[in-house]
Design a protein around this ligand. Sequence first.
Ligand code: MG
Length: 223
Amino acid sequence: MDVATDVRQVRLGDRPLIVCDIDEVVLEFISPFTAFLRSHSYDLLPRSFRLHGNIVSQHDGSELERATVDSLEEAFFASQDLWQKPAEEAVETLQMLSTDADIVFLTAMPPRHHGIRRKLLDQLDLSFDMIATEEPKGPVVARLHDRRDLPVAFIDDMQRNLLSVGEHVPECLLVTMMANPDFKPFAPAPTGSIVAASGWGHAHELVRAHFSVKPTRIANPAA
Ligand SMILES: [Mg+2]
C-alpha cells in the first residue's frame, strides 16, 4: 500500500467527512510561489487564471517555456517547507471542524513530494490524513466516502476538481475557495451546486450548515 496515494490508509470514524485540497486552500501557493520565482529573477503576473503564460523573466518580460515552468514548480514543491504558509484562519478552523468531522487532505501535488508536505503540515499541527495523487479527485472522494449515510463536504480552488467530485459524489457539498486575492478575480464563476466561500470563516459556516441537515441519498439505479 502506497502511503502517499492509497485511500486505504485512511480510517474514518462514524461522523461527517471533510475532504480538503491543500494548495490555495490550506496552504498559500500563489503568493509563496511568486516569492520563490522572484528569488530566481522571474515573476508571476495576475493576468489570467493560469500559471503557464503568466510566468515571465524579470529581465526582459519574456514568457517562460512550459518545461522551465514545470521544473521551477518541481523545485518549489521540493523546498515547499521553506516557502509555504497556512492560509488565513485555515489552521484554527480545521481544528474546530475536526472535533465533529473527519478531515482528509487531498492534494494534486506529485506524490513524490508527500514526505516534505507531511512534515510541513505536522509542524503546523495539521496532522490529518493526506492523499497526494494526480488522478481526478471525484473517484478518490467516492472511494473514501464509500456511499456512507453521513454528510460529506469537499473544498478546493479548482473548478475541474469540484465538478469531478460533484459528478462522483452527488450528495457532497462543493465549496470553492482561494487564498490569493490577485488571482481570485480571474477564477471562473462557480457553476451548478458549487458554493463560493470568501474565506475560512465563511467555509466553516457553509460546512456546519450542510452537516446539520440529514443527507439526501441520491437513488442508485444499480442498487
Ligand atoms: Mg488547490
